[in-house]
Write a protein that binds this ligand. Structure first.
Ligand code: NAI
Ligand code: MG
Length: 500
Protein backbone atom coordinates (compact mmCIF):
# COMPACT_ATOMS: atom_id res chain seq x y z
CA UNK A 1 0.00 0.00 0.00
CA UNK A 2 1.39 3.42 -0.95
CA UNK A 3 2.18 6.06 1.68
CA UNK A 4 -0.50 8.26 0.24
CA UNK A 5 -3.09 5.53 0.58
CA UNK A 6 -1.95 4.92 4.15
CA UNK A 7 -2.56 8.56 4.99
CA UNK A 8 -6.02 8.40 3.48
CA UNK A 9 -6.69 5.28 5.43
CA UNK A 10 -5.55 6.83 8.67
CA UNK A 11 -7.84 9.81 8.10
CA UNK A 12 -10.73 7.49 7.36
CA UNK A 13 -9.88 5.40 10.40
CA UNK A 14 -10.03 8.35 12.74
CA UNK A 15 -13.73 8.53 11.89
CA UNK A 16 -14.31 4.99 13.13
CA UNK A 17 -12.55 2.46 15.30
CA UNK A 18 -11.47 0.26 12.43
CA UNK A 19 -11.03 0.45 8.72
CA UNK A 20 -12.37 -2.70 7.19
CA UNK A 21 -12.31 -1.42 3.68
CA UNK A 22 -8.75 -2.36 2.85
CA UNK A 23 -6.99 -5.68 3.17
CA UNK A 24 -10.04 -7.63 4.30
CA UNK A 25 -11.17 -8.88 0.91
CA UNK A 26 -12.27 -12.44 0.38
CA UNK A 27 -11.62 -14.30 -2.82
CA UNK A 28 -14.83 -14.75 -4.80
CA UNK A 29 -16.61 -17.97 -3.90
CA UNK A 30 -19.49 -18.35 -6.31
CA UNK A 31 -21.94 -21.23 -5.95
CA UNK A 32 -21.87 -23.38 -9.08
CA UNK A 33 -25.06 -23.30 -11.10
CA UNK A 34 -24.19 -25.94 -13.67
CA UNK A 35 -26.50 -28.51 -12.08
CA UNK A 36 -29.52 -26.27 -12.47
CA UNK A 37 -31.45 -26.56 -15.70
CA UNK A 38 -34.24 -24.07 -16.01
CA UNK A 39 -36.86 -24.57 -18.68
CA UNK A 40 -37.49 -21.79 -21.13
CA UNK A 41 -41.16 -21.78 -20.27
CA UNK A 42 -43.28 -22.96 -17.32
CA UNK A 43 -46.97 -23.79 -17.65
CA UNK A 44 -49.66 -23.93 -14.99
CA UNK A 45 -49.97 -26.89 -12.63
CA UNK A 46 -53.65 -27.81 -12.59
CA UNK A 47 -55.28 -31.15 -11.74
CA UNK A 48 -51.97 -32.99 -11.65
CA UNK A 49 -50.87 -31.81 -15.10
CA UNK A 50 -48.71 -29.03 -16.47
CA UNK A 51 -51.08 -27.22 -18.83
CA UNK A 52 -50.98 -24.18 -21.09
CA UNK A 53 -52.93 -21.18 -19.81
CA UNK A 54 -56.37 -20.49 -21.34
CA UNK A 55 -55.21 -16.88 -21.46
CA UNK A 56 -52.48 -17.90 -23.93
CA UNK A 57 -50.25 -15.37 -22.20
CA UNK A 58 -46.79 -15.71 -20.68
CA UNK A 59 -44.53 -13.24 -18.92
CA UNK A 60 -40.84 -13.15 -18.11
CA UNK A 61 -39.10 -13.48 -14.80
CA UNK A 62 -35.66 -11.97 -14.44
CA UNK A 63 -32.65 -12.22 -12.19
CA UNK A 64 -32.57 -8.88 -10.34
CA UNK A 65 -28.80 -9.17 -9.83
CA UNK A 66 -28.11 -9.20 -13.58
CA UNK A 67 -31.42 -8.00 -15.09
CA UNK A 68 -31.25 -11.06 -17.39
CA UNK A 69 -34.36 -13.07 -18.25
CA UNK A 70 -34.43 -16.49 -16.58
CA UNK A 71 -37.59 -18.02 -18.00
CA UNK A 72 -41.16 -17.38 -19.06
CA UNK A 73 -44.13 -18.34 -16.93
CA UNK A 74 -47.84 -18.50 -17.69
CA UNK A 75 -50.18 -15.66 -16.80
CA UNK A 76 -53.33 -17.38 -15.51
CA UNK A 77 -56.64 -15.61 -16.07
CA UNK A 78 -60.07 -16.06 -14.47
CA UNK A 79 -60.90 -19.17 -16.48
CA UNK A 80 -57.58 -20.78 -15.51
CA UNK A 81 -58.36 -20.00 -11.88
CA UNK A 82 -61.83 -21.49 -12.29
CA UNK A 83 -60.34 -24.65 -13.77
CA UNK A 84 -57.91 -24.93 -10.83
CA UNK A 85 -60.61 -24.35 -8.21
CA UNK A 86 -62.84 -26.99 -9.86
CA UNK A 87 -59.93 -29.45 -9.82
CA UNK A 88 -59.22 -28.65 -6.16
CA UNK A 89 -62.91 -29.11 -5.25
CA UNK A 90 -63.14 -32.43 -7.08
CA UNK A 91 -59.92 -33.66 -5.44
CA UNK A 92 -61.21 -32.56 -2.04
CA UNK A 93 -64.59 -34.32 -2.38
CA UNK A 94 -63.50 -37.49 -4.15
CA UNK A 95 -59.96 -38.21 -3.02
CA UNK A 96 -58.29 -36.15 -0.32
CA UNK A 97 -61.12 -36.16 2.23
CA UNK A 98 -61.61 -39.90 1.66
CA UNK A 99 -57.99 -40.82 2.40
CA UNK A 100 -57.06 -41.70 5.95
CA UNK A 101 -55.23 -38.92 7.78
CA UNK A 102 -52.20 -41.19 8.07
CA UNK A 103 -52.04 -41.55 4.28
CA UNK A 104 -52.33 -37.80 3.84
CA UNK A 105 -49.43 -37.38 6.26
CA UNK A 106 -47.28 -39.76 4.22
CA UNK A 107 -47.64 -37.57 1.12
CA UNK A 108 -46.60 -34.50 3.07
CA UNK A 109 -43.53 -36.31 4.41
CA UNK A 110 -42.70 -37.39 0.87
CA UNK A 111 -42.84 -33.80 -0.37
CA UNK A 112 -40.52 -32.75 2.49
CA UNK A 113 -37.99 -35.46 1.65
CA UNK A 114 -38.03 -34.68 -2.06
CA UNK A 115 -37.43 -31.02 -1.26
CA UNK A 116 -34.45 -32.01 0.86
CA UNK A 117 -33.06 -34.08 -1.99
CA UNK A 118 -33.32 -31.09 -4.30
CA UNK A 119 -32.28 -28.55 -1.70
CA UNK A 120 -29.28 -27.30 -3.62
CA UNK A 121 -31.21 -26.73 -6.83
CA UNK A 122 -34.01 -25.00 -4.94
CA UNK A 123 -31.53 -22.70 -3.19
CA UNK A 124 -29.78 -21.72 -6.41
CA UNK A 125 -33.02 -21.03 -8.27
CA UNK A 126 -34.34 -19.00 -5.33
CA UNK A 127 -31.19 -16.89 -5.39
CA UNK A 128 -31.33 -16.44 -9.18
CA UNK A 129 -34.99 -15.46 -9.28
CA UNK A 130 -35.23 -13.38 -6.09
CA UNK A 131 -31.75 -11.85 -5.72
CA UNK A 132 -31.36 -13.11 -2.17
CA UNK A 133 -27.95 -14.39 -1.10
CA UNK A 134 -27.15 -18.06 -1.59
CA UNK A 135 -26.12 -18.20 2.07
CA UNK A 136 -29.65 -17.34 3.10
CA UNK A 137 -31.50 -19.44 0.55
CA UNK A 138 -29.24 -22.41 1.30
CA UNK A 139 -29.14 -22.06 5.11
CA UNK A 140 -32.48 -20.46 5.93
CA UNK A 141 -35.18 -20.52 3.25
CA UNK A 142 -34.87 -24.07 1.92
CA UNK A 143 -34.24 -25.90 5.22
CA UNK A 144 -37.05 -23.98 6.92
CA UNK A 145 -39.40 -24.74 4.02
CA UNK A 146 -38.61 -28.47 4.39
CA UNK A 147 -39.10 -28.20 8.15
CA UNK A 148 -42.57 -26.78 7.69
CA UNK A 149 -43.58 -29.81 5.62
CA UNK A 150 -42.00 -32.21 8.13
CA UNK A 151 -43.63 -30.48 11.09
CA UNK A 152 -47.14 -30.38 9.63
CA UNK A 153 -46.84 -33.91 8.22
CA UNK A 154 -46.57 -35.01 11.84
CA UNK A 155 -49.86 -33.37 12.77
CA UNK A 156 -51.89 -34.81 9.87
CA UNK A 157 -53.05 -37.91 11.80
CA UNK A 158 -53.07 -36.28 15.23
CA UNK A 159 -55.62 -33.52 14.80
CA UNK A 160 -57.71 -34.73 17.75
CA UNK A 161 -54.62 -34.40 19.97
CA UNK A 162 -53.83 -30.98 18.54
CA UNK A 163 -57.26 -29.72 19.61
CA UNK A 164 -58.40 -31.97 22.46
CA UNK A 165 -62.14 -32.15 23.27
CA UNK A 166 -62.98 -30.37 20.04
CA UNK A 167 -64.36 -31.68 16.79
CA UNK A 168 -62.21 -30.57 13.89
CA UNK A 169 -62.81 -30.77 10.17
CA UNK A 170 -61.16 -29.46 7.03
CA UNK A 171 -62.48 -26.27 5.42
CA UNK A 172 -62.39 -27.43 1.78
CA UNK A 173 -60.49 -25.49 -0.89
CA UNK A 174 -57.89 -22.95 0.21
CA UNK A 175 -56.79 -20.07 -2.06
CA UNK A 176 -53.31 -18.87 -1.19
CA UNK A 177 -51.43 -15.83 -2.44
CA UNK A 178 -47.80 -15.29 -1.54
CA UNK A 179 -45.17 -12.54 -1.90
CA UNK A 180 -41.67 -12.38 -3.37
CA UNK A 181 -39.50 -11.99 -0.29
CA UNK A 182 -39.45 -15.68 0.76
CA UNK A 183 -40.98 -17.39 -2.28
CA UNK A 184 -40.46 -21.09 -1.49
CA UNK A 185 -40.73 -20.64 2.27
CA UNK A 186 -44.04 -18.80 1.97
CA UNK A 187 -45.27 -21.59 -0.30
CA UNK A 188 -44.38 -24.09 2.44
CA UNK A 189 -46.00 -21.95 5.16
CA UNK A 190 -49.20 -22.03 3.14
CA UNK A 191 -49.35 -25.50 1.60
CA UNK A 192 -48.08 -27.70 4.46
CA UNK A 193 -50.68 -26.79 7.14
CA UNK A 194 -53.49 -26.69 4.56
CA UNK A 195 -52.78 -30.26 3.44
CA UNK A 196 -52.21 -31.54 6.99
CA UNK A 197 -55.63 -30.19 7.95
CA UNK A 198 -57.16 -32.04 5.00
CA UNK A 199 -57.77 -29.18 2.56
CA UNK A 200 -56.88 -28.86 -1.10
CA UNK A 201 -55.06 -25.83 -2.47
CA UNK A 202 -54.84 -23.26 -5.25
CA UNK A 203 -51.66 -21.22 -4.79
CA UNK A 204 -50.28 -18.21 -6.62
CA UNK A 205 -46.65 -17.12 -6.25
CA UNK A 206 -45.56 -13.50 -6.78
CA UNK A 207 -44.88 -12.31 -10.31
CA UNK A 208 -41.17 -11.58 -9.77
CA UNK A 209 -40.40 -14.93 -8.11
CA UNK A 210 -42.44 -17.74 -9.66
CA UNK A 211 -39.69 -20.27 -10.33
CA UNK A 212 -39.26 -22.14 -7.04
CA UNK A 213 -43.06 -22.47 -6.87
CA UNK A 214 -42.92 -24.21 -10.24
CA UNK A 215 -40.07 -26.45 -9.01
CA UNK A 216 -42.25 -27.21 -5.99
CA UNK A 217 -45.06 -28.12 -8.40
CA UNK A 218 -42.66 -30.58 -10.07
CA UNK A 219 -41.70 -32.02 -6.67
CA UNK A 220 -45.36 -32.36 -5.70
CA UNK A 221 -46.03 -34.08 -9.01
CA UNK A 222 -43.13 -36.45 -8.43
CA UNK A 223 -44.44 -37.24 -4.92
CA UNK A 224 -47.53 -38.78 -6.51
CA UNK A 225 -49.87 -36.50 -4.59
CA UNK A 226 -53.35 -37.15 -6.03
CA UNK A 227 -54.23 -34.85 -8.95
CA UNK A 228 -55.88 -31.56 -8.00
CA UNK A 229 -54.87 -31.57 -4.32
CA UNK A 230 -52.33 -28.83 -5.00
CA UNK A 231 -52.69 -26.50 -8.00
CA UNK A 232 -50.12 -23.78 -8.68
CA UNK A 233 -50.94 -20.84 -10.92
CA UNK A 234 -48.51 -18.11 -11.87
CA UNK A 235 -49.72 -14.62 -12.66
CA UNK A 236 -50.05 -11.03 -11.54
CA UNK A 237 -52.43 -9.29 -9.13
CA UNK A 238 -55.40 -10.01 -11.40
CA UNK A 239 -54.76 -13.74 -10.99
CA UNK A 240 -54.64 -13.25 -7.22
CA UNK A 241 -57.90 -11.28 -7.32
CA UNK A 242 -59.57 -14.05 -9.37
CA UNK A 243 -58.62 -16.54 -6.63
CA UNK A 244 -59.90 -14.23 -3.87
CA UNK A 245 -63.20 -13.64 -5.68
CA UNK A 246 -63.87 -17.22 -6.74
CA UNK A 247 -67.16 -18.27 -5.08
CA UNK A 248 -66.14 -21.89 -4.47
CA UNK A 249 -63.16 -21.15 -2.23
CA UNK A 250 -63.52 -21.66 1.54
CA UNK A 251 -60.41 -20.00 2.85
CA UNK A 252 -58.05 -17.27 1.70
CA UNK A 253 -54.54 -16.94 3.07
CA UNK A 254 -52.60 -13.90 1.91
CA UNK A 255 -49.12 -12.58 2.63
CA UNK A 256 -48.13 -9.29 1.06
CA UNK A 257 -48.70 -5.55 1.25
CA UNK A 258 -51.17 -3.92 3.62
CA UNK A 259 -52.84 -2.20 0.66
CA UNK A 260 -53.67 -5.44 -1.12
CA UNK A 261 -54.60 -7.00 2.24
CA UNK A 262 -57.25 -4.31 2.69
CA UNK A 263 -58.65 -4.94 -0.81
CA UNK A 264 -58.85 -8.66 -0.04
CA UNK A 265 -60.53 -8.13 3.33
CA UNK A 266 -63.22 -6.04 1.63
CA UNK A 267 -63.67 -8.59 -1.15
CA UNK A 268 -64.04 -11.47 1.31
CA UNK A 269 -66.38 -9.65 3.74
CA UNK A 270 -69.75 -11.37 3.95
CA UNK A 271 -68.80 -14.32 1.74
CA UNK A 272 -68.21 -16.76 4.61
CA UNK A 273 -64.65 -17.40 3.45
CA UNK A 274 -62.21 -17.79 6.30
CA UNK A 275 -59.34 -15.29 6.02
CA UNK A 276 -55.82 -14.82 7.35
CA UNK A 277 -53.73 -11.80 6.39
CA UNK A 278 -50.02 -11.48 7.01
CA UNK A 279 -49.12 -7.95 5.98
CA UNK A 280 -46.42 -5.36 6.46
CA UNK A 281 -44.54 -4.16 9.48
CA UNK A 282 -42.32 -1.51 11.00
CA UNK A 283 -40.93 -3.45 13.88
CA UNK A 284 -39.10 -1.92 16.84
CA UNK A 285 -35.75 -3.29 17.93
CA UNK A 286 -34.99 -1.94 21.41
CA UNK A 287 -31.53 -1.84 22.97
CA UNK A 288 -31.17 -1.08 26.69
CA UNK A 289 -27.97 0.17 28.27
CA UNK A 290 -27.40 -3.12 30.12
CA UNK A 291 -27.50 -5.18 26.90
CA UNK A 292 -24.47 -7.06 25.59
CA UNK A 293 -23.69 -4.32 23.07
CA UNK A 294 -21.66 -6.32 20.54
CA UNK A 295 -24.32 -9.01 20.42
CA UNK A 296 -27.00 -6.36 20.09
CA UNK A 297 -25.14 -4.81 17.14
CA UNK A 298 -25.11 -8.20 15.40
CA UNK A 299 -28.80 -8.54 16.17
CA UNK A 300 -29.56 -5.11 14.75
CA UNK A 301 -27.65 -5.98 11.56
CA UNK A 302 -29.44 -9.30 11.26
CA UNK A 303 -32.76 -7.61 12.05
CA UNK A 304 -32.63 -5.08 9.24
CA UNK A 305 -30.15 -6.32 6.62
CA UNK A 306 -31.20 -9.98 6.46
CA UNK A 307 -32.74 -10.63 3.02
CA UNK A 308 -31.94 -7.05 1.89
CA UNK A 309 -34.48 -5.83 4.44
CA UNK A 310 -37.29 -7.47 2.43
CA UNK A 311 -38.71 -8.95 5.60
CA UNK A 312 -42.17 -8.15 6.93
CA UNK A 313 -40.88 -8.41 10.50
CA UNK A 314 -37.58 -6.57 9.81
CA UNK A 315 -36.31 -4.63 12.82
CA UNK A 316 -36.47 -1.42 10.84
CA UNK A 317 -36.94 0.99 13.76
CA UNK A 318 -34.05 0.89 16.19
CA UNK A 319 -34.51 2.41 19.66
CA UNK A 320 -31.30 2.80 21.67
CA UNK A 321 -31.12 3.96 25.26
CA UNK A 322 -29.46 7.37 25.28
CA UNK A 323 -26.50 6.42 27.50
CA UNK A 324 -25.25 3.82 24.98
CA UNK A 325 -26.47 5.44 21.76
CA UNK A 326 -23.08 6.83 20.70
CA UNK A 327 -21.37 3.50 21.21
CA UNK A 328 -24.07 1.50 19.42
CA UNK A 329 -24.20 3.87 16.45
CA UNK A 330 -20.41 3.94 16.13
CA UNK A 331 -20.21 0.15 16.20
CA UNK A 332 -23.08 -0.14 13.76
CA UNK A 333 -21.36 2.15 11.26
CA UNK A 334 -18.20 0.08 11.52
CA UNK A 335 -20.22 -3.08 11.00
CA UNK A 336 -22.03 -1.62 7.98
CA UNK A 337 -18.65 -1.16 6.30
CA UNK A 338 -17.84 -4.86 6.70
CA UNK A 339 -20.99 -6.06 4.96
CA UNK A 340 -20.45 -7.51 1.51
CA UNK A 341 -22.96 -6.26 -1.02
CA UNK A 342 -23.01 -7.87 -4.43
CA UNK A 343 -23.34 -11.13 -6.33
CA UNK A 344 -26.03 -13.11 -4.49
CA UNK A 345 -24.49 -16.37 -5.71
CA UNK A 346 -21.21 -15.61 -3.94
CA UNK A 347 -21.09 -17.42 -0.60
CA UNK A 348 -19.37 -14.41 1.01
CA UNK A 349 -22.14 -11.98 0.13
CA UNK A 350 -24.16 -10.55 3.02
CA UNK A 351 -26.56 -8.38 1.06
CA UNK A 352 -27.77 -9.44 -2.37
CA UNK A 353 -29.91 -7.75 -5.00
CA UNK A 354 -33.11 -5.81 -4.41
CA UNK A 355 -35.93 -8.01 -5.70
CA UNK A 356 -37.17 -5.80 -8.53
CA UNK A 357 -36.78 -2.44 -10.22
CA UNK A 358 -40.05 -1.32 -8.61
CA UNK A 359 -38.83 -2.16 -5.13
CA UNK A 360 -35.45 -0.54 -5.88
CA UNK A 361 -37.26 2.66 -6.81
CA UNK A 362 -39.44 2.51 -3.70
CA UNK A 363 -36.34 2.25 -1.51
CA UNK A 364 -34.62 5.16 -3.31
CA UNK A 365 -37.78 7.21 -2.84
CA UNK A 366 -37.73 6.60 0.91
CA UNK A 367 -34.01 7.39 1.19
CA UNK A 368 -34.74 10.72 -0.48
CA UNK A 369 -37.70 11.32 1.84
CA UNK A 370 -35.42 10.69 4.83
CA UNK A 371 -32.91 13.25 3.56
CA UNK A 372 -35.63 15.78 2.78
CA UNK A 373 -37.10 15.35 6.24
CA UNK A 374 -33.74 16.37 7.70
CA UNK A 375 -32.56 13.06 9.12
CA UNK A 376 -28.81 12.29 8.94
CA UNK A 377 -27.96 9.48 6.58
CA UNK A 378 -25.02 7.09 6.75
CA UNK A 379 -24.41 4.44 4.11
CA UNK A 380 -21.60 1.95 3.77
CA UNK A 381 -18.80 2.85 1.39
CA UNK A 382 -18.82 -0.43 -0.52
CA UNK A 383 -18.66 -0.68 -4.31
CA UNK A 384 -21.87 -1.78 -5.98
CA UNK A 385 -22.03 -4.02 -9.06
CA UNK A 386 -22.64 -2.17 -12.32
CA UNK A 387 -25.76 -4.08 -13.32
CA UNK A 388 -28.69 -5.19 -11.27
CA UNK A 389 -30.51 -3.53 -8.40
CA UNK A 390 -28.37 -2.97 -5.32
CA UNK A 391 -28.66 -0.66 -2.34
CA UNK A 392 -25.91 0.00 0.21
CA UNK A 393 -26.81 -0.74 3.82
CA UNK A 394 -28.09 2.56 5.09
CA UNK A 395 -29.00 4.07 8.43
CA UNK A 396 -30.64 7.30 9.50
CA UNK A 397 -30.08 9.11 12.79
CA UNK A 398 -31.84 12.29 14.01
CA UNK A 399 -35.13 10.73 13.03
CA UNK A 400 -38.36 12.25 14.32
CA UNK A 401 -41.15 9.98 15.52
CA UNK A 402 -43.47 11.56 12.94
CA UNK A 403 -41.00 11.07 10.10
CA UNK A 404 -42.28 9.00 7.19
CA UNK A 405 -39.17 6.83 7.23
CA UNK A 406 -40.00 5.93 10.85
CA UNK A 407 -43.68 5.30 10.16
CA UNK A 408 -43.89 3.63 6.75
CA UNK A 409 -42.60 0.25 5.65
CA UNK A 410 -39.56 0.67 3.37
CA UNK A 411 -38.87 -3.04 2.81
CA UNK A 412 -35.21 -2.46 2.09
CA UNK A 413 -31.81 -2.24 3.85
CA UNK A 414 -32.64 1.04 5.57
CA UNK A 415 -32.64 1.47 9.34
CA UNK A 416 -33.99 4.40 11.34
CA UNK A 417 -32.46 5.10 14.74
CA UNK A 418 -34.12 6.90 17.63
CA UNK A 419 -33.05 7.20 21.25
CA UNK A 420 -34.97 6.95 24.52
CA UNK A 421 -34.41 7.47 28.24
CA UNK A 422 -37.09 5.49 30.07
CA UNK A 423 -38.99 2.25 29.58
CA UNK A 424 -42.34 4.01 29.42
CA UNK A 425 -41.02 6.33 26.74
CA UNK A 426 -39.76 3.49 24.53
CA UNK A 427 -42.96 1.46 24.94
CA UNK A 428 -44.98 4.47 23.89
CA UNK A 429 -42.71 5.17 20.90
CA UNK A 430 -42.50 1.52 19.81
CA UNK A 431 -46.29 1.16 19.91
CA UNK A 432 -46.82 4.41 18.03
CA UNK A 433 -47.09 2.67 14.66
CA UNK A 434 -49.93 1.53 12.46
CA UNK A 435 -48.25 -1.89 12.43
CA UNK A 436 -47.78 -4.56 15.07
CA UNK A 437 -45.89 -7.52 13.67
CA UNK A 438 -42.69 -8.05 15.66
CA UNK A 439 -40.26 -6.49 18.12
CA UNK A 440 -36.83 -7.17 19.58
CA UNK A 441 -35.58 -6.43 23.09
CA UNK A 442 -31.93 -6.42 24.10
CA UNK A 443 -31.29 -6.38 27.84
CA UNK A 444 -29.60 -8.36 30.58
CA UNK A 445 -32.74 -8.32 32.75
CA UNK A 446 -35.31 -11.10 32.43
CA UNK A 447 -37.92 -9.10 34.33
CA UNK A 448 -37.61 -6.27 31.83
CA UNK A 449 -38.14 -8.71 28.97
CA UNK A 450 -41.33 -10.03 30.58
CA UNK A 451 -42.53 -6.50 31.29
CA UNK A 452 -42.03 -5.47 27.67
CA UNK A 453 -43.56 -8.59 26.15
CA UNK A 454 -46.84 -7.73 27.86
CA UNK A 455 -46.77 -4.09 26.79
CA UNK A 456 -45.46 -4.10 23.24
CA UNK A 457 -48.27 -4.57 20.76
CA UNK A 458 -46.54 -7.00 18.44
CA UNK A 459 -47.31 -10.57 17.44
CA UNK A 460 -43.75 -11.84 17.87
CA UNK A 461 -41.20 -10.53 20.36
CA UNK A 462 -37.61 -11.72 20.30
CA UNK A 463 -35.40 -11.28 23.35
CA UNK A 464 -31.65 -10.92 22.80
CA UNK A 465 -32.03 -12.30 19.30
CA UNK A 466 -33.89 -11.38 16.12
CA UNK A 467 -35.44 -12.98 13.02
CA UNK A 468 -35.54 -16.48 14.47
CA UNK A 469 -38.14 -18.70 12.85
CA UNK A 470 -39.35 -22.17 13.66
CA UNK A 471 -42.27 -24.15 12.26
CA UNK A 472 -43.53 -24.86 15.78
CA UNK A 473 -43.98 -21.24 16.80
CA UNK A 474 -46.86 -19.10 15.57
CA UNK A 475 -46.20 -15.96 13.56
CA UNK A 476 -48.52 -13.07 12.73
CA UNK A 477 -49.49 -9.55 13.67
CA UNK A 478 -51.87 -6.97 15.05
CA UNK A 479 -53.38 -3.83 13.56
CA UNK A 480 -52.28 -3.15 9.96
CA UNK A 481 -49.90 -6.12 10.09
CA UNK A 482 -52.92 -8.36 9.64
CA UNK A 483 -54.56 -11.13 11.64
CA UNK A 484 -54.41 -14.87 12.08
CA UNK A 485 -51.33 -16.90 12.81
CA UNK A 486 -49.12 -19.13 10.67
CA UNK A 487 -46.85 -21.80 12.10
CA UNK A 488 -47.41 -24.02 15.11
CA UNK A 489 -50.80 -25.28 16.24
CA UNK A 490 -52.33 -21.88 15.61
CA UNK A 491 -51.28 -22.15 11.98
CA UNK A 492 -52.93 -25.56 11.76
CA UNK A 493 -56.11 -24.22 13.37
CA UNK A 494 -56.32 -21.55 10.69
CA UNK A 495 -57.11 -24.32 8.17
CA UNK A 496 -59.70 -26.14 10.31
CA UNK A 497 -63.26 -25.74 11.46
CA UNK A 498 -62.97 -26.22 15.21
CA UNK A 499 -66.18 -27.00 17.12
CA UNK A 500 -67.02 -27.99 20.67
P1 NAI B 1 -48.31 -7.04 -3.26
O1 NAI B 1 -49.11 -7.11 -2.01
O2 NAI B 1 -48.89 -6.35 -4.44
O3 NAI B 1 -47.96 -8.53 -3.74
C1 NAI B 1 -48.09 -9.69 -2.97
C2 NAI B 1 -48.87 -10.75 -3.74
O4 NAI B 1 -50.21 -10.32 -3.93
C3 NAI B 1 -48.33 -11.04 -5.14
O5 NAI B 1 -48.46 -12.43 -5.39
C4 NAI B 1 -49.29 -10.25 -6.03
O6 NAI B 1 -49.38 -10.76 -7.33
C5 NAI B 1 -50.59 -10.42 -5.30
N1 NAI B 1 -51.62 -9.40 -5.56
C6 NAI B 1 -51.44 -8.13 -6.00
N2 NAI B 1 -52.63 -7.50 -6.11
C7 NAI B 1 -53.58 -8.39 -5.73
C8 NAI B 1 -55.00 -8.35 -5.62
N3 NAI B 1 -55.68 -7.24 -5.89
N4 NAI B 1 -55.65 -9.44 -5.19
C9 NAI B 1 -54.98 -10.57 -4.86
N5 NAI B 1 -53.64 -10.67 -4.97
C10 NAI B 1 -52.94 -9.60 -5.39
O7 NAI B 1 -46.91 -6.43 -2.88
P2 NAI B 1 -45.87 -5.64 -3.85
O8 NAI B 1 -46.60 -4.65 -4.68
O9 NAI B 1 -45.05 -6.64 -4.54
O10 NAI B 1 -44.97 -4.88 -2.77
C11 NAI B 1 -45.34 -3.59 -2.32
C12 NAI B 1 -44.99 -3.41 -0.87
O11 NAI B 1 -45.68 -4.35 -0.07
C13 NAI B 1 -43.53 -3.66 -0.52
O12 NAI B 1 -42.76 -2.53 -0.75
C14 NAI B 1 -43.61 -4.02 0.93
O13 NAI B 1 -43.65 -2.84 1.70
C15 NAI B 1 -44.93 -4.73 1.06
N6 NAI B 1 -44.78 -6.20 1.05
C16 NAI B 1 -44.88 -6.87 2.24
C17 NAI B 1 -44.69 -8.23 2.28
C18 NAI B 1 -44.77 -8.98 3.55
O14 NAI B 1 -44.20 -10.05 3.67
N7 NAI B 1 -45.49 -8.50 4.53
C19 NAI B 1 -44.36 -8.99 1.09
C20 NAI B 1 -44.35 -8.23 -0.15
C21 NAI B 1 -44.54 -6.88 -0.11
MG1 MG C 1 -37.34 -12.91 -10.68
Amino acid sequence: MSKHKNKEKAAEQSKHDFDFNGGWDYSPSPESIGHVKLKERYDLYIDGKFVKPNSGKYFQTTNPATEKVLAEVAHANESDVDKAVKAARKAYENVWSKLSAKERGKYIYRIARLMQEKARELAVVETLDAGKTIRESRDVDVPLACNHFFYYAGWADKLEYAFPNRTVSALGVAGQIIPWNFPLLMGAWKIAPALAAGNTVVLKPAETTPLTAMLLAEIIHESGLPAGVVNILTGYGDTGAAIVNHPDINKIAFTGSTNVGKIIQKAVAGTGKKLTLELGGKSANIVFEDAAIDQAVEGIVNGIFFNQGHVCCAGSRLFVQESVADEVIRKLKDRLDTLYVGDPLDKNTDIGAINSKEQFETIQKYIQIGKDEGASMYESTCQLPENGFFVRPTLFTDVAQSSRIAQEEIFGPVLTIQTFRTIDEVIQKANNSPYGLAAGVWTDKGSRIFNLTTKLRAGVIWANTYNKFDPTSPFGGYKESGFGREGGLQGLGAYLKIER
